[in-house]
Design a protein around this ligand. Structure first.
Ligand code: DIG
Ligand code: MN
Ligand code: MN
Length: 390
């Protein structure tokens, strides 16, 4: 019998070149895996099976100091690997955090020349992403931040960031790239404090952009968890605002450095509610696993890491379907929700008549307070469904 949890391209799972290509190097130790070429990484994803697409930072594909010829060879080999593995390029982004020129930020740098170079580098990276058909472009402000606020007026930082985005939206429109931008928040690391630390901060910024319609967010599990926030609620805010243009799935212990762990490998309950939210609201964007295998993993285990990421999503998708169809859950949901068309109608659009009616209503607070809410039973049944208790 076919494995119901085997991914297919239709699931729209993607991996960045830097994720499965992570060499295991960390701030305290050297690489434990070879640096594979982009083509070798795409071949690895082909071996994983069921992957829809691959993503890259400009310099994951073409090193910052590559010659024209080297760049052409790399791109040709990469294109060949995409073809033989039937993979798309789903998303592009710019490395505005690695080069020392960006030591004090890119778009928010105090140096006008650095700000201009960052916009130019992003234009070139957008050209590269467009060349491979990417329609989603992510902005992660890795160095947009501060260790001391003596260095920069944070209001000025916001304005510099906005003006770079407005310019680059104009560039995408003028080039006919038809890209949608997805802004990715993170509270800290590598900077001591990062501007736009949470998805909510970006949702607020977007409304002030010249081309707000083409700009959304790319929330990442680990980043909201680092800020001690409920990731499901961050995504719900983006979904409700119709701004969930992309999502970075991984996992993360609360209150730690950015671990980029395999999806669902730490907080299974949060992962369950996230998958349920995405599926209940028919999110049809890419599901990008912005994560990497343990430093201990060899190539075979990196493949297991990628397969496990997608399998966990599909297992939780089935658990969400099971939860939605569970008799006890449905009974409890009926019990805890007390709707009333007349009352809801009252507090819809304001009218003086409604206000008058509402003002004259009598509410029995003791009765309201006494209503049973069996959330313990509901949560226990949820946990049992998660644990496979039928
Ligand atoms: C880190 O979470 C960031 C970078 O890896 C990249 O710019 C972005 C794209 O997913 N995520
Ligand atoms: Mn991360
Ligand atoms: Mn990310």
């Amino acid at each position: 019998m076919a494995d119901p949890f085997k991914p297919t391209a239709k699931d729209r799972f993607t991996f960045g070149l830097w994720t499965v290509g992570n060499t295991g190097r960390d701030p305290f130790g050297e690489a434990t895996r070879p640096r594979w070429s982009p083509a070798e990484i795409v071949d690895l994803l082909g071996e994983v099976g069921g992957v829809h697409g691959v993503n890259f930072h400009d310099n994951d594909l073409v090193p910052i100091d590559a010659s024209e010829e080297e760049s052409a060879t790399i791109k040709r080999d990469f294109a060949g690997a995409l073809k033989r593995n039937k993979l798309q390029v789903a998303m592009g982004t710019t490395n505005l955090f690695g080069d020392p020129a960006f030591k004090d930020g890119a778009f928010t740098s105090n140096d006008a020349e650095v700000r201009a170079y960052a916009v130019q580098k992003t234009m070139r990276a957008m050209d590269l992403a467009a060349e491979f058909g990417a329609k989603i472009y992510v902005f992660w402000g890795g160095r947009e931040g501060a260790e001391t606020d003596a260095a920069k007026d944070p209001v000025e930082a916001v304005r510099r960031f906005r003006s770079a985005l407005d310019f680059l939206c104009g560039y995408s429109i003028e080039q006919g790239y038809d890209m949608r931008f997805a802004l990715e928040a993170k509270p800290n690391e590598p900077r001591g404090h990062m501007y736009f630390p949470t998805t909510g901060h970006y949702l607020a910024l977007i409304n002030s952009l010249k081309h707000a319609e083409m700009v959304g967010v790319n929330p990442e599990v680990a980043h909201e968890h680092m800020a001690g926030l409920n990731f499901v609620h961050a995504v719900a805010g983006a979904l409700e605002a119709e701004k969930l243009f992309h999502i970075d799935l991984n996992d993360q212990e609360f209150g730690r450095y950015d671990q980029d762990l395999r999806f669902g490998s730490v907080n299974l309950k949060h992962a369950f509610f996230l998958v349920k939210l995405l599926e209940d609201h028919k999110y049809d964007g890419y599901k990008h696993f912005d994560s990497h295998a343990f430093r201990t993993a060899d190539r075979d285990d990196v493949i297991e890491f990628a397969r496990g990421s997608m399998r966990t999503y599909l297992l939780l998708k089935e658990r969400a379907k099971r939860w939605n169809s569970d008799k006890e859950i449905k009974r409890l949901l009926r019990k805890i929700n007390k709707a009333s068309k007349d009352i809801d109608g009252l507090t819809g659009d304001f009218t003086p008549a409604r206000a008058e009616t509402l003002g004259a209503m009598e509410f029995n607070r003791e009765k309201l307070a006494a209503r049973p809410l069996p959330y313990e039973r509901l949560d226990q049944r949820t946990m049992e469904i998660l644990m496979g208790v039928e």
